[in-house]
Design a protein around this ligand. Sequence first.
Ligand SMILES: [Zn+2]
Length: 304
Amino acid sequence: MLNKKLSFMLITDSRDKLRHFQLSYRVILACAILAAFLFITNILLTTSFVKSQVSAMEIKKLKAENEQLTRKFESLHGKVSEITAIYDQLVEKEVVIRNIFNLPEIDPEERQLGIGGPTITTSYRTVSGAVKAATSTETQVESLLRLANFEKEKYQEVYSTLEKKKDQLDHTPSIMPVRGGYISRGFGIMTDPFTGNRQPHTGIDIANRTGTPIFAPADGLVTIAGFSGSGLGNMVELSHGSGLVTRYGHMSRVKAVRGQLVTRGTLIGYVGSTGYSTGPHLHYEVIKNGTPVNPMDYIVNLNI
Ligand SMILES: [Zn+2]
């Protein structure tokens, strides 16, 4: 069969020439195989080319995304730096508050304990793109978070301490119990107006008109309110806690009631001259842990 031949006759346009070819089946088969081979090779090459083109596009797209992510992380890195600057300002304020109120300082090393992990300050963009940028930003955020939690605790400490201090201050007789008048007799060894002898005066006398209101100089509890046979006449005693007691004598009228809770500025009575007195005045005592002390040492503002 393969040895058989096929004859072809070609007739040109002018029909005056006839061309005659003979091809064996063997040759025809070889041509067919070659054609099939070329066709398959062509398909494979085309597929491979299309694939490489798609992959190049994918890489280009990923590169663009990577660039975009790097820029985003750089921007985040900048924002976290801004937050860190604000955090530093908060720490500075906390230090100032501690100084003003004589609170113990925080060791800077203790404050820095929250910081860990590598700090990358150079351009990480050139190192390894978005992943490096993301890692750096994450480290920065984690450090800041630890520091912020530490600082929150410290502020809570300051707040609690100041709250206690405020409570103490509220219970300290830091203002004059009457407005106006003058100090007619000071604290300590003074001449007794009745006997003329020099003897201890356990408080101060503030001369003022009868009926001048007397105000509690601090928060406290009324422990005595009424007439006393001790020479103080109509009197009031306030307990302010922490071993601090104040007494008010010679009142014309007592306004406070035993067991009443008063705050700074509560009306407790009126200036008078009851008891052991030569004229209208307030006898004002401050007693610390059972011992009379000079009330003037507690007054922080004489104008109040
Ligand atoms: Zn007195």
